[in-house]
Design a protein around this ligand. Structure first.
Ligand code: NAD
Length: 354
């Protein structure tokens, strides 16, 4: 088959090294010649943030971080950046913390240096998100792409195993969805295959021994690859479903992705033989669904939306909202009835079959 595609590679400096975050951050701030830094970290990571930023010129520490970036938090943080004459944003935390830095960068153009502490991958995308009155709005703008990302597996040791697994499966969902997203191409598919391999290996190690640094490193490396693949390929059916559940039903991000992934894979796999062949390569199993099922069993992964606050009576309304967002690139057509069935199964934790 002929190769015909258009691929954009986003420019970022990636610095990877366990135990070296403080040193790498100081070098990076010096290289960027910045001297009024706003440090953003959730209260639970305030001590870590002070330790990691000890060698840089901090003008203000900010900790008012909330999931899905409520608009009021963004407005307040932008005002603080303005009042303090900030010239660089440094965010230390998961996707919610990175998301707040992105919200500031969106209107101010301030550069971001990100130090991720989960595997959700926001640090490697040019996607921003804001939530107001139960509606999550997302957009793409290169201003919000962190100029540098400093990965240090030591920053993730405090992430509980359960959350590590849900977050890592969020990364695997980026990879799987990249296979049939609107701008899928051979480059982002290749990154996605390596992302699935690295995350599967890393999460399995974390589950067996949370203190094993090699597992944490593999998971961070895979998380980066998954986010690059996702930023390049765009949002497929899986992300559209999770976007609705997060914004309209305030569902927890990582767990929702983890629960939905096997259902969307089982739904699309029969109609997407090339994509599933790539996923099979990553898992080294006979089928893509078997590979994911075996990983979920090893990890004791999240299974049912009902365990995270989703209500059965919300299924029809959610299916209706998702119908309006189904990507044209999806390998099979989607009916509202099929979506309802998929959501009912995800709600109750029924094991999906392809
Ligand atoms: P999160 O940032 O909301 O963190 C989840 C919880 O884990 C929080 O309580 C946080 O304080 C805690 N935590 C984070 N790191 C920790 C650590 N090392 N040790 C102990 N506790 C830690 O979770 P997330 O899944 O990383 O991010 C979710 C948000 O990011 C959502 O709003 C989602 O929409 C967004 N997101 C955006 C993109 C993008 O490309 N724009 C990509 C992925 C996620």
């Amino acid at each position: 088959m002929n190769l015909v595609f258009e691929h954009v590679t986003l420019g970022q400096r990636i610095i990877f090294g366990t135990g070296a975050a403080a040193e790498n951050l100081a070098t990076e701030v010096g290289r960027l010649e910045k001297n009024r830094v706003m440090v953003i970290a959730a209260p639970s990571q305030a001590a870590l943030a002070r330790e990691v930023t000890r060698g840089i010129p901090v003008a203000v520490h900010h900790s008012d971080v909330a999931q899905h970036v409520p608009f009021a938090n963004a407005r307040e943080a932008r005002a603080i950046a303005g009042r303090n004459d900030i010239d660089l944003l440094v965010c230390i935390g998961g996707g919610s913390t990175t998301g707040l830095a992105k919200a500031i960068a969106l209107t101010t153009g301030l550069p971001i240096v990100a130090l991720p502490t989960t595997y959700s991958g926001s640090e490697a995308t040019n996607v921003w998100g804001l939530t107001e009155s139960g509606r999550k709005t997302t957009g793409i703008d290169n201003k919000v792409l962190p100029v540098s990302v400093i990965y240090d597996a030591a920053l993730t040791f405090s992430l509980p195993v359960k959350l590590s697994i849900a977050s890592g499966l969020n990364g695997i969902a980026h990879c799987v969805d990249s296979m049939w997203a609107p701008r899928t191409d051979p480059i982002n598919q290749t990154l996605a295959v390596e992302g699935i391999r690295a995350l599967s290996a890393g999460l399995t190690t974390i589950k067996n021994d949370p203190s094993d640094v090699l597992g944490r490193e593999q998971a961070l490396y895979g998380a980066y690859l998954s986010a690059v693949a996702f930023a390049s390929a765009g949002s497929g059916l899986h992300h559209k479903i999770c976007h609705v559940l997060g914004g309209a039903y305030n569902m927890p991000h990582a767990e929702t992705h983890a629960v939905l992934l096997p259902h969307v894979l089982a739904f699309n796999a029969p109609a997407a033989p090339e994509a599933t062949a790539r996923i099979v390569r990553a898992f080294e199993t006979s089928t893509a669904t078997a590979g994911l099922a075996s990983l979920y069993a090893r990890l004791d992964a999240p299974r049912a939306l009902k365990e995270y606050g989703f209500r059965e009576e919300s299924v029809p309304g959610a299916a209706e909202l998702i119908m309006g967002a189904v990507p044209k690139s999806n390998p099979r057509t989607v009916t509202e009835t099929e979506l309802r069935n998929l959501l009912f199964a995800a709600y109750s934790g029924t094991v999906p079959t392809a």
